[in-house]
Design a protein around this ligand. Structure first.
Ligand code: SAM
Length: 204
């Protein structure tokens, strides 16, 4: 069998996004972040119901995992990350408040350890720009979502600013929407979370 050759163009354009350094994980739970990114506002926008099973993809130390777990008192959160250190930090928080409806799972870069059609919603908060292949991450979310399941994508605007990831890693809002639509999602709403960050809500 002959192997498909990678063209020079593919090699040049291949994404090599940086991954959030777990050493800096406290930044993700800081008071300043809580002031600029209102968790309650996000929770009130996403079409979440208290009995849903929700995947928090790229959960980090649990900024959204914990509020999701508290809200879903008849449902559960599956919090996934490729970095064990992030999951350990999330576990510390969970243990402290005795939240038992959150499952932490180490995932691979391009394959979620979840069954087809097994979740009602997926939150991908500032993780899709870190994915080596955002399209695969979207396809994986779609595979795991039930029919009519929801997807919420939080991201940084693609422009120079003091904080956040490097410009070349960021995904422009229109591009992300197009990517999600090409993956088979239907666009529902978009929201400005603050001057630097946006959220897209989609349906399978
Ligand atoms: C900037 S942090 C955001 C964490 C959390 N969602 C939040 O908003 O606080 C991005 C996280 O995505 C994780 N990540 C990066 N690529 C991933 C992938 N392909 N699959 C799952 N998680 C990934 C990183 O390890 C990191 O914990």
């Amino acid at each position: 069998m002959t192997r498909a050759k990678t063209s020079k163009k593919d090699q040049v354009t291949k994404r090599m996004p940086h991954k959030f350094d777990p050493e800096n994980k406290d930044l993700l739970l800081s008071a300043e972040r809580r002031r600029s990114l209102d968790i309650h506002r996000v929770m009130s926008i996403i079409p979440i119901l208290r009995y849903h099973t929700v995947a928090d993809i790229g959960c980090g130390p649990g900024y959204f995992t914990i509020p999701l777990g508290k809200y879903l008192f008849d449902g559960k959160v599956i919090a996934l990350d490729i970095q064990q250190e992030m999951l350990d930090a999330a576990k510390k928080q969970l243990d402290r408040i005795h939240l038992t409806n959150v499952e932490l799972m180490l995932t691979e870069e391009a394959k979620l350890p979840l069954e087809n059609n097994s979740i009602d919603g997926a939150l991908v908060s500032f993780a899709i720009h870190e994915a080596d292949d955002p399209k695969t991450m979207l396809a994986e979310a779609k595979r795991c979502l039930r029919a009519d399941g929801w997807l919420a994508l939080l991201e940084w605007h693609k422009r120079e600013m003091e904080s956040g990831p490097p410009l070349e890693d960021r995904i422009d809002e229109a591009d992300l929407r197009q990517m999600a639509e090409e993956a088979g999602f239907r666009h529902l709403t978009r929201h400005s979370m603050n001057k630097d960050q946006y959220m897209l809500v989609m349906h399978k």
